[in-house]
Write a protein that binds this ligand. Structure first.
Ligand code: ZN
Length: 62
């Protein structure tokens, strides 16, 4: 795995937790999904597939 500073993050969504809400970001550099916790901690999510994320529409053209 390459070291990535995750400099350019793309907002994906939020999920409410007991402490507040987790903010989900995706790194544009390496495609990794990251979770920003209410305490400000950035956690990488292993196993997340950047190319098949929930934000991508499944072939529904306008
Ligand atoms: Zn990255």
């Amino acid at each position: 795995m390459t070291r990535c500073r995750h400099g350019s993050l793309e907002y994906v969504g939020e999920q409410k937790t007991d402490d507040g809400s987790n903010s989900y970001r995706r790194c544009k550099d390496c495609g990794m999904l990251l979770v920003l916790t209410p305490s400000g901690k950035l956690i990488g999510v292993p196993g997340a597939r950047p190319e098949q994320s929930a934000t991508a529409s499944k072939g529904t053209p306008f």
